[in-house]
Structures are given as C-alpha cells and as structure tokens.
Design a protein around this ligand. Structure first.
Ligand SMILES: Nc1nc2c(ncn2[C@@H]2O[C@H](COP(=O)(O)OP(=O)(O)OP(=O)(O)O)[C@@H](O)[C@H]2O)c(=O)[nH]1
Ligand SMILES: [Mg+2]
Length: 363
C-alpha cells in the first residue's frame, strides 16, 4: 500500500490533483483510497471524493500531526478493508511541519508499518510568483510564514495552476523557483491536465522522489499565530427557489459573502461549496488568487431542493465570519419564493498546534 501525503497551502490544488491521479489509477484497475483532513467537521473535499466514487475516510478536528493516532487508525482500517494499492492523504492547507510530526513518526513507529512513499507540497503558482518577486500576499505575516514553511520543508514541490500564468510569467517562475530552491524536485503543473497528472504520478512512484530527511526548525508561536488568524466555518444549507431561479439565488448568496468579506478586509484563503441538486453535483472554489470567473462554473440547477456544503477559511475572526454568513442567508431569504435552512456549528479558529509526536533533526 503506497501512502502519498499531499500538503500545501489552502486552495493550492491538492484535491484536484488527487482526483485526477485516483481516476487514472482506477481506470487501470488499481484500488485507491483517500484520507481527508480538516480542522472542521463537514468537509466539502470528503463529499467531493465520495461523489467521484472514491473510498474516503476523514481525520477531522485537527491536522494529521495533532490527530496522529486517528491517522494511524484510518490507515489500518483502509489496509484491512479496502486494501488499496495507493492511499492519498491530503493534509490541512494551513498545516506545516509535516516531516517532523507525520512523516518521521510514521517511519519510526510500529516498525514503519505505514511508512509514506512520498510527500508532495503544492503551491499556487500565482501566489508563489508574487512571493518570489517580493510582492505582498493578501495575508498577514504569520499566515505567510506558514505558506513559506510548507515550501521550505518540501523535497518535491508542485508549482500548480501553471496554466493560469502568462507565458512570460511561466518562464519567470521556472527560472526563479529553480534558482531559489536548488535542492528540490520541482514540477510545474496544471492539475487539470491528464498529462501533467501522469507526470506527477511518475514522480511519486516508490523510490523516485526521496522523502525529506530534514525536520523544519519552525517557530511554533508564529505558526500557531498564523493558524489562529484563519477563521473556519462549515455549514450545510438547503435552498428551495422558484422554477429556474436556483442558480441566480446561489450567485446572490456567494456575492453577498464575498462583498461583505471584502468590506471587512478579510482575505479569503478558500471558500468551497459542494452543491447537489437531484443527480447533479458541482464543486465550486474561490481562492486567494481567483478572479470573478467562479460564476461560469455554476450550472443551471433543476427544480429539486439545492443542498450546499459550505466551507470557508478566511483571515478574520470567527464572529465576523458568522455574522457575514448570517447576513448573506437573511438576504437570500428575502428573495420572493426562496426558502433557506442552514445547519452546522459556529465559526471557530483552530487551536494552537500540539503534535502528538515530533522528531527533530535529520534522518
Ligand atoms: N486552472 C487551474 N485551476 C486549478 C488547478 N488546480 C486546482 N485548480 C482549481 O483551484 C481551486 C482549488 O483547488 P483544490 O484542489 O480544491 O485545492 P486544495 O488545495 O485541495 O484546497 P484545500 O483543500 O482547501 O486546501 C479549484 O477551483 C480547482 O479547480 C490547476 O492546475 N489549474
Ligand atoms: Mg482540498
């Protein structure tokens, strides 16, 4: 059972790449399983993987590092039930220090029963290019610290969404990243391209890309501060709109949220919606570097109730995020003929990271 750990910042494209890889492997007769991971409880990614027919288990309520025992239990469970050829474990996008707290403990404990095969760290090429050019990212210093630390600890770095850069920017990021990270294997990838996913799968074959041997020297105060500056909200909505109006109502809801977040100067790390209507399902993402093109990904819905799983990871405080969400719901409920219900827990900020194990130094 090959275990591939997939890390990297919120919205960088981890789920997209895993879906592409898993589909490719499943088409060739391989068994694949997924482990999702999140600080929250109702995960859009889990719903999405399951809707794609992929056996998926989840580690919730904290990163793999702080929920290490749950991770091990899930690995045992998958090994004994699904018996997959490959497991993809997607870590929380605000998680760093994976080498010391996940990779090395998996190698060292229980005689390495679940030694990982690979660690890929994803980064959004548009954010990385800004960082390499010393342009400010839309996040606080502590959140940017997490972004940097994730890259720092990688030995296989996937510079993703390369298709969203202009040709001259692509040349620039290839040059700059290669110069800046001489010791790393770097893939410049479009995770929606079958050919690029094939190349990633090749790069994570057993023995192809050695795991990092060096644990980070990381400042947990700054790391914990960055985590605490991101508020998280997970909700489930049911929306009933008059004939033909559901898409417009969904657009109104999202526009309300985005407008209020912008007014509060709350930077979006990732807004994710998994929308189901009858047999139709759609995943919609808005990330730190998205433009306004998200509307194009919303299909016309039928007349059945629209179910929405909603995950928000935003640089603000939980009260503001709750307030904005409630306002948006109220605004939607005022539209004639629309009924909307929501369930889920209040917004929260992740607790200080307390890894179950931490193995420092180099191996
Ligand atoms: N153009 C383009 N879009 C991409 C690529 N990879 C991912 N995306 C889009 O980026 C958005 C976020 O992708 P996800 O795969 O959900 O990102 P993630 O890293 O799993 O996000 P979290 O789980 O929240 O940390 C989605 O709208 C994807 O369709 C890519 O290579 N090119
Ligand atoms: Mg994801």
């Amino acid at each position: 059972m090959n275990l591939h750990i997939v890390g990297g910042f919120l919205g960088s494209g981890k789920t997209t790449a895993i879906i592409g890889a898993a589909k490719r492997l499943m088409a060739s007769g391989k068994r694949v399983a997924i482990i999702t991971n999140d600080q929250g409880k109702y995960l859009v990614d889990t719903a999405f993987f399951r809707a794609e027919g992929m056996p998926t288990v989840e580690v919730t309520g904290g990163c793999f590092c702080c929920r290490f025992d749950d991770l091990e239990k899930h690995l045992d469970f998958l090994r004994d039930t699904v018996q997959p050829d490959a497991v993809y474990s997607e870590s929380v996008g605000s998680c760093a220090d994976i080498v010391a707290t996940v990779i090395k403990p998996l190698q060292a404990l229980r005689s390495g029963a679940h030694t990982p095969t690979s660690l890929s760290v994803f980064t959004d090429s548009r954010l990385l290019l800004m960082r390499l050019l010393n342009e400010p990212l839309p996040f606080s210093d502590s959140v940017v610290y997490i972004f940097d630390q994730q890259i720092e600890e990688s030995s296989l770095l996937v510079v993703n969404k390369i298709d969203l850069l202009a040709p001259e920017e692509q040349a620039q990021i290839r040059r700059q990243a290669t110069e800046r990270y001489p010791g790393k294997t770097i893939l410049f990838q479009d995770s929606r391209s079958e050919e690029d996913v094939r190349l990633w799968l090749e790069a994570i074959q057993p023995g192809r890309s050695p795991l990092p041997s060096e644990s980070l020297e990381i400042d947990y105060q700054r790391y914990g501060q960055g985590e605490a500056e991101l508020a998280w909200l997970d909700k489930e909505l049911t929306l009933q709109a008059p004939h033909g109006a559901a898409r417009q109502v969904a657009i109104h809801f999202i526009e309300q949220i985005l407008g209020q977040l912008a007014a509060a100067q709350a930077a979006v790390a990732h807004l994710k919606l998994f929308i189901t209507c009858g047999h139709q399902h759609t995943k919609l993402s808005i990330t730190a570097s998205s433009g306004a093109d998200w509307r194009a990904n919303l299909p016309q819905f039928g007349d059945e109730p629209v179910q929405v799983e909603f995950n928000a990871r935003v640089q603000t405080d939980p009260q503001t995020l709750d307030f904005i969400f409630t306002n948006a719901l109220t605004s939607v409920a005022k539209i004639t003929g629309v009924q909307v219900q929501s369930a889920g827990l209040p917004a929260f900020k992740p607790g200080f990271p307390k890894p179950t194990h931490r193995i420092a130094g180099s191996s």
